[in-house]
Structures are given as C-alpha cells and as structure tokens.
Design a protein around this ligand. Structure first.
Ligand code: ADP
Length: 375
C-alpha cells in the first residue's frame, strides 16, 4: 500500500474515532494516566485535550462512584477487561454524566499489557427515559389504585342496594300473592270468567316477580358467607344428578363425566355454578333430541379449566357475552322457562374464585361453557 493511501485510510479512522458518539481513552497501565482520547471526550467533559492528556484518569470520575471505579479496575487487573460498569463522570462545569465503562487490554506478543483501551458510553438519555418511565408507571399505579378503590366502593353499594331492594320487595309481594289467593278462594263463585282470567294473570306475574326477586337476593348474597373448603367436584355433580333425577329421567338426558378435581373453594357457590350449567344444558335442548351433557376438567397454566358441553340449540355469536348479564334471556318464557339470572350467578361465582367464564357455541350445534378456577 502506498504512503498516500495509508494516510487517507488513517485519516478516515481518525475521523471515525473522533466523531464517534462514545468516548474513547487510552490509559497507561503503569500509573493510570491518560495517554490519548478522542474529541468526544473533549466535547462532553468540556476540558481541552491538553488538560486531559497526562492526567490520572480518576480525575474525570465523580467522587461518588470511586468505590465502583476501584472495583472495575480490580476486575481489569484480574481479567484484562471490564464490561459495562455503570459509573459517573464529572465535567469541567461540575455536571455529571452517567456512563457505561468497558475496557480492553492491548498486549504485546509476550502478553504484557501495553495500554488499555477504555470506552465510556453516555447513557444520560437512557437514564432520563428510565426516570420518565418510572414516573409514568408510578402515576399509572396510583390511578389504578384509586379507580380500583372507587369501583370497590361502588360495587359494595350496588351489592347492598340489590340486597335491600330484593329483601324488602319480598314482603309486599308476599302480601299481594296471599290476597290474590284469598280472592281466588273466597270469591270464586262471584267472579265471572274474565275476572278469573285476570286473577290468573296477576298470579302468574307475581310468581314470576317472586322468582326474579329471589334470584336477585341470591345474587347479592353470593360470597357473603365465604367459607373456603376442599370441594370434591365429582361428588357435587353426583349430588346434583340425584337432586335433578326426575328432570333427568323425563328429558332422557345422558351424562358423560370425565375426571373432575378436588378444589379449594366456596362449596355452596360452586354447587350453584355446576347446577346452573347442568340445568341449562338440559333445558336448552333441540326438540325431539335427548340431551347429551359432557363435563370434564383439565389442568392448564396454574388453573383448572372446566367444560360443560351440550348438544342443544346453541347461541348466536353476538349473544355470547350478553347472556352473562343479569336478566338477559334470548327466549320467551313460554319457549324456555327461566329468569335470566343463572349465568349472572355463574359469572359472579367464577370471579369470586379469581377465574374467567365464557361460552363457545354455534346455533343448532350445541354449546360449551368453559370456566377456570386457579389452583
Ligand atoms: P335462564 O336459564 O333463566 O334463562 P341464564 O342466565 O341461565 O337464565 O341464561 C341466560 C340465557 O342464555 C338463556 O335464557 C339462554 O338464552 C342462554 N343459554 C344459557 N345456557 C344455554 C345453553 N346451554 N344453550 C343455549 N342457550 C343457553
């Protein structure tokens, strides 16, 4: 290579060295003095090259980080290198720059250290982002805490309201029902057909309202008397099957029960959850088809995932969220009996256990209700 070419190349390297965003220094291993540095050191520290060269490198470090500097130099003496030691340097005007120090020894053929190449990477911007991120995070955490607290209060108030309303509504309802019954019994002869018909309507409507109020009261009471116990899910299903024996025989329902676990949970609530899902699986059947109900559970990422599958009428995609809301039904009472409370109960019970509930369904092809209960 010709001299000129060599010179051009050297100039290119010098340019690269001096315009690098990182600060480079060559240090004498004997006395720790600075032998050479690039322009970035000059630019960032505010010292001239003359003020830097020949000085011990320690003079550029912030006094607060000297113990860490000593540790880094000890590691250099032992291994011949330092990788990303977090330190701070001090500029001429007294400000501080956080840096990552990396050092690599340059050796002769015998392995003796000639000098060490040090690199300071300015991480002020990263630190600023870190601080902004931490502040934003703290802010967010505070907001979430405040909102959770507010929601808890609102939730409690709503629960209390539902309890009071449903509890107090029962009494006047009972009065209406008993007087309708008295009317029917004592004035049977005096009432014409129309009056009898109207009394029947009142009776049916009050009976429906009684069921709604009862359901609402039960809903508000879910989780009130929490008693955690070991719950045998298989035993619960067997007991529910026994309770519903007449209904099961009448509908000719067939069950396929897989392995079911023992859980640590709220027994009364879990029983209600299972019962609602089983009753629905039998109830929402296609005409002239015997219900086939499959129940199973499997362990997945720290929770049990239960599935209740039926071969019934199924649910259109657009309603699969809505059906878990209080009093939401997709059918007339004359088609399928009910109050629209069962699945709201189920959701509240699953949430009480820290799980999730959802349905996968296709009209006319049946539904699978899934829920999870953490282990
Ligand atoms: P209810 O059974 O008293 O109507 P639920 O809250 O249990 O109230 O259910 C809400 C609605 O969700 C039901 O009215 C029905 O339309 C739909 N649904 C629930 N379970 C099933 C099922 N297994 N198959 C089809 N539809 C269902």
């Amino acid at each position: 290579m010709e001299n000129k070419e060599l010179e051009a190349r050297a100039e290119k390297y010098f340019n690269l060295y001096d315009t690098s965003p990182d600060m480079y220094l060559s240090i004498d291993p004997e006395d720790g003095s600075i032998k050479e540095c690039n322009q970035t050191v000059v630019r960032k520290t505010g010292y001239t090259k003359e003020e830097i060269i020949g000085q011990p490198v320690f003079f550029l470090y912030h006094p607060g980080c000297m113990p860490r500097v000593k540790k880094a130099f000890q590691s250099f003496t032992e291994t011949g290198r330092v990788e990303n030691a977090a330190l701070e340097i001090k500029t001429k005007d007294g400000s501080t720059i956080p840096v990552l120090l990396s050092v690599e020894a340059v050796r002769d053929q015998q392995g003796n250290i000639l000098y060490s190449n040090s690199c300071w990477r300015d991480i002020s911007q990263i630190k600023r982002w870190e601080q902004q991120w931490a502040a934003a995070n703290k802010d967010l955490e505070k907001k979430v805490r405040e909102q959770t607290h507010e929601l808890e209060i609102i939730n409690k108030e709503l629960g209390h309201f539902a309890y009071i309303a449903s509890h107090d509504l029962q009494e006047p309802l009972r009065t209406v029902m008993s007087f309708v019954e008295l009317l029917r019994k004592d004035y049977h002869q005096q009432l014409d057909d129309n009056a009898q018909k109207y009394i029947n309507y009142i009776s049916q409507a009050t009976e429906h309202m009684r069921n709604l109020v009862k359901g609402l009261l039960e809903y508000s009471l879910i989780g009130h008397q929490r008693r955690l116990t070991t719950v045998d899910c298989k035993a619960i299903v067997t007991e529910i099957q026994a309770d519903l024996a007449a209904h099961i025989t009448e509908s000719k329902a067939i069950f396929e029960i897989g392995e079911l676990p023992q859980l640590y949970g709220y027994e009364t609530e879990l029983r209600l959850l299972f019962q609602n899902l089983i009753t629905n699986a039998i109830k929402f059947q296609k005409k002239d088809t015997a219900p086939l109900v499959k129940i199973s559970a499997q362990q997945e990422n720290g929770h049990w995932k239960f599935s209740f599958t039926d071969n019934g009428i199924g649910i259109e995609d657009q309603y699969t969220e809505m059906i878990f809301t209080l009093f939401q039904r997709l059918h007339l009472k004359s088609e399928y009996e009910g109050t629209g409370i069962g699945l709201a109960h189920c959701r509240k019970i699953v949430h009480l256990h820290g799980g999730q509930i959802w349905v996968d369904s296709h009209p006319n092809e049946g539904s699978t209700f899934y829920f999870t209960i953490p282990n």
